[in-house]
Design a protein around this ligand. Structure first.
Ligand code: AMP
Length: 449
């Protein structure tokens, strides 16, 4: 009987999902729900954000890290928390061919904490400061500012308990948005205590909710049983009314958490950063202790929606099997930041604007053109071309559209004579120059235009 059962189960494990392919079906043209192509137009924004964020992170002592997109599922259930929305409902988890339970990363902190342990970073000079940029995956309901694949830029400071670091992490987060040009942002901040004081607060919260469970949403009833702190995060109207009367964690902090929080607020005052105490801010990940914060637009379509968020996670590395390693971090969503830039009409430079356009006519000129194009780009002259087009007229049309200052014209005769024509696109004036002098001549002209 048992043997039969084992064999039956074994069959189940090795069973391939049945895929029926209908004949005559064309290849799918849609992306998977909640996932998008990031087109070159968008990359103008992405590059703009990434370049500024990267420079600032480096200036604040962070070094880049990339962890795998796939990790063992247990990494996230142990760190983000079994009873969080992310782990309960939002992970893309599956069994690999060798039966490992794997998940696409829903966030980066857990992977970085794992990397800290795996790579013996405790032996590096402390604190270890790392930043990252990459795609995260959460099976959420797609809507404005919420996708199933989204990108984050973030940073982590591992192994430093001081409140000045909390303030610096917030300072940097705000600075990145400032450098991007965003205005009207506010920092919401709260302290959710530590293992010392939080259980007492959670008990108070449960006591408060106990006779109200018939008035809260279904999700909150689940939170009441499994993760009471998350009750404070509900966005349902009927629950918000109850949240407003709930006890607040900042009134029930132990003296260490209280002082830590007070010091952070003093640093933020000193930095003149715009912050608001939000006593109901808890965030969606269980690993947080003490400080939690979010940065949101104050007005506009994304008012109150977090562009970025972070906090302290003093227990995380211990939970994963390491030593006491008080740490903290932050991550910002790239899609939301791009959208907010558009909401605030922040323009970004085009990705590539050629200053010079190389045209050619005839077989031997085209052959030479490839080398000339290479020489121009190596000399840092932004050069456009349309080698596939035949006539000079059609190539000059493209040059005109691109708004280049100078066009270079290489015909059969010029190719033989080792010269090239430089045409000023504004005046239409043309001049023949020797090929070996063309780079110097262009540089001179571009400087004078
Ligand atoms: P979290 O990892 O939940 O702390 O989120 C940090 C930031 O990532 C948020 O403030 C958002 O900007 C962004 N983010 C989180 N989830 C999503 C999502 N589903 N779609 C787009 N951006 C997201």
């Amino acid at each position: 009987m048992l043997r039969k059962k084992i064999i039956k189960n074994r069959k189940k494990l090795t069973d391939k999902p049945k895929i029926t392919i209908k004949k005559d079906i064309v290849a799918p043209l849609q992306t998977v729900k909640g996932m998008r192509d990031i087109l070159p137009e968008d990359w103008r924004y992405w590059d703009f954000i990434l370049e500024r964020a990267k420079k600032l992170c480096q200036a604040y002592g962070y070094r880049q890290i990339e962890t795998p997109i796939l990790e063992e599922t247990s990494l996230f259930s142990r760190s983000v928390g079994e009873a969080t929305d992310i782990v309960e409902k939002e992970m893309y988890s599956f069994y690999s061919k060798s039966r490992e339970n794997l998940s696409l990363r829903p966030e980066a902190t857990a992977g970085i904490a794992r990397a800290y342990l795996k790579n013996g970073m405790a032996n590096w000079p402390q604190p270890v400061k790392l930043f990252y940029f990459g795609a995260m995956f959460r099976y959420e309901k797609p809507q404005a500012g919420r996708h199933r694949e989204f990108w984050q830029i973030g940073y982590e400071t591992l192994n430093d308990p001081s409140s000045v670091l909390d303030a610096q992490v917030i300072q940097l987060a705000f600075k990145i948005f400032e450098k991007i040009g965003l205005k009207n942002l506010t920092i919401q901040i709260n302290s959710i205590g530590c293992p010392e004081c939080r259980p007492e607060y959670q008990k108070l919260l449960k006591d408060y909710y106990r006779n109200k469970t018939n008035r809260i949403c279904l999700n909150c009833r689940n939170r009441f049983a499994k993760n009471p702190l998350r009750l404070l995060d509900c966005k349902e109207e009927k629950c918000i009314q109850i949240i407003n009367g709930a006890p607040q964690s900042i009134d029930h902090l132990c003296s260490e958490c209280h002082n830590h929080f007070k010091e952070i607020l003093e640093y933020l005052d000193e930095l003149e950063l715009p912050y608001t105490l939000n006593p109901f801010l808890v965030r969606g990940l269980d690993y947080y202790t003490k400080t939690v914060f979010e940065i949101c637009p104050e007005t506009g379509p994304f008012a109150g929606l977090a562009l970025g968020g972070g906090g302290r996670y003093d227990e995380l590395i211990k939970i994963l099997g390491g030593e006491e390693t008080p740490s903290l971090g932050y991550s910002m969503g790239v899609e939301r930041t791009v959208q907010e830039m558009k909401n605030q009409n922040i323009s970004v430079p085009p990705l590539f604007t050629p200053k010079v356009f190389l045209t050619q006519l005839g077989e031997s000129a085209r052959k030479k053109s490839l080398k000339i194009f290479q020489d121009l780009t190596e000399a840092n002259i932004k050069t456009g071309e349309s080698f596939g087009r035949g006539s000079i007229k059609s190539q000059l049309k493209v040059a005109d559209k691109l708004g280049v200052k100078l066009a270079l014209i290489l015909g059969q005769k010029e190719a033989i004579d080792k010269v090239i024509i430089i045409r000023d696109m504004k005046t239409g004036m043309q001049e023949i120059v020797r090929l070996d002098k063309v780079i110097d001549e262009i540089k001179k002209r571009l400087k004078n235009i």
